[in-house]
Write a protein that binds this ligand. Structure first.
Ligand code: NDP
Length: 377
């Protein structure tokens, strides 16, 4: 008899099943153990990967939110997204495979809705923040009381990790209410849940930012400090990457990270780069602080779209400050991207159609430099 016929006779079960046996040896799977000893199974498989973790991301509908939701969902983690406005969350649905991204309605003053959002999770990210007070929420309501409610829910349900996104320059004695309330929020988070990981991003740039888009926009830029405030702009995607690393590295628990870019700029220097990149000159108007602060306070009450606030004017007079004890990108093994290397990418939409095929400003400068060297030679 042939070998195949003999095998078929010896293994009737194999003969009955027409399907080949699945070989599982090549599937890249792993079991991770969380800080509290919970096993998490991860399986790599492209868009259908299994990330194993369940993460809640508060403030996911904002600018930074999409860069962390996208990373978690595409690696197969279940992402719970508490939201307020139906239309503001739609773009997040497609960041992961079907069923990976789950939405739940939440109100910052409704403790039951907050608890419902966190109770099934292994990690909670809090990205909620506002640059200006609104009709219904003061800065303290958002940064201090809101944080307190979220952290209490995290502690109540014994969630493994809590990552709190604060702000650069957050100090308790800052003249700016925004920085002060951010520091109070950090303190409350650490008091209630000592393993809180605090993240203080520098002003962020990216596609939906309020830095490059504000400077490149067609409306006049009105400031009080001649755009002299100095800071280290950071790429939103780098911050998203750092937030994801914090999920997989439990040594980041109870640590404070200040995430900033490699170069210091003043706002005026960035405005110059933006003008060169978009090949237009945007007008800047300087109004003394004593006049601008009451004007924006009045307009903020009258108009229903963001027009600035007295505290934002105050922040123009404060340079970014650093905490010497805080960790940074280096401790996470990430090299932050330089702002200049991406301005072409983010700002080409502001160029006139006459210049659509010109190279990025940096390449143009390099070419001009080469031409000049050639003449000398
Ligand atoms: P955005 O302003 O783009 O998003 C803020 C998020 O917070 C939104 O999802 C918003 O929800 C939510 N939120 C605000 N107020 C409330 C409230 N009262 N109740 C419920 N949700 C609320 O912020 P970014 O993504 O730019 O920033 C993320 C975090 O990083 C914030 O905490 C911010 O303060 C901080 N940060 C940002 C910097 C930057 O340059 N962008 C610099 C330094 C710190 P909704 O969509 O419903 O309004």
């Amino acid at each position: 008899r042939s070998g195949a016929a003999l095998t078929a006779q010896l293994r009737p079960a194999a003969r009955a099943s027409p399907l080949p046996t699945v070989c599982r040896r090549n599937i890249n799977s792993d079991v991770r153990i969380t800080r509290t000893g919970k096993p998490i199974l991860t399986v790599a498989g492209g868009r259908s990967s299994l990330g194993g973790y369940t993460a809640t991301v508060f403030g996911a509908t904002g600018f930074l939110g999409r860069y962390i939701v996208n990373r978690l969902a595409r690696s197969g983690c279940n992402v719970v997204i508490p939201f307020r406005e139906e239309m503001a969350k739609r773009h997040l649905k497609v960041t992961g495979d079907l069923g990976r991204v789950v939405f739940t309605e939440m109100d910052l003053r409704n403790t039951a809705s907050i608890e419902e959002s966190v109770r099934h999770s292994d990690i909670v990210y809090n990205l909620i923040g506002r640059d200006y007070p609104t009709k219904n929420f003061t800065l303290e309501d958002v940064h201090v009381e809101g944080t307190e409610r979220i952290v209490e829910a995290v502690a109540k349900y014994d969630i493994d990790r809590y990552v709190h996104v604060s702000s650069h320059s957050a100090t308790l004695d800052s003249p700016s209410e925004f920085y002060r309330t951010k520091a109070q929020g950090e303190k409350i988070a650490r008091d209630i849940y000592p393993e809180t990981t605090i993240v203080r991003p520098a002003p962020m740039f990216g596609f939906e930012d309020r830095l490059l888009n504000r400077l490149a926009g067609p409306t006049n830029l009105i400031t009080s400090n001649w755009m002299q405030e100095r800071f280290w702009p950071v790429h939103a995607i780098d911050v998203g990457m750092a937030l994801e690393k914090m999920l997989h590295d439990d040594t980041t628990a109870a640590q404070t990270y200040e995430l900033y870019g490699p170069t210091e700029y003043s706002l005026a220097e960035i405005a110059e780069i933006v003008d060169k990149e978009i090949m237009k000159h945007r007008r800047h108007v300087n109004v003394p602080k004593k006049l601008l602060q009451p004007a924006v306070k009045y307009l903020n009450k009258l108009l229903w779209w963001p027009v600035g606030s007295p505290d934002e004017v105050e922040r123009e007079f404060l340079d970014q400050v650093f905490d010497p004890n805080a960790k940074s990108f280096k401790d996470l093994g990430i090299e932050p991207v330089e702002l200049r290397s991406l301005t072409y990418e983010y700002l080409k939409g502001y160029r006139s159609e006459q210049y659509y095929d010109l190279p990025p400003m940096t390449e143009k400068e390099k070419r001009e430099e080469k031409k000049y060297l050639h003449v000398i030679d």
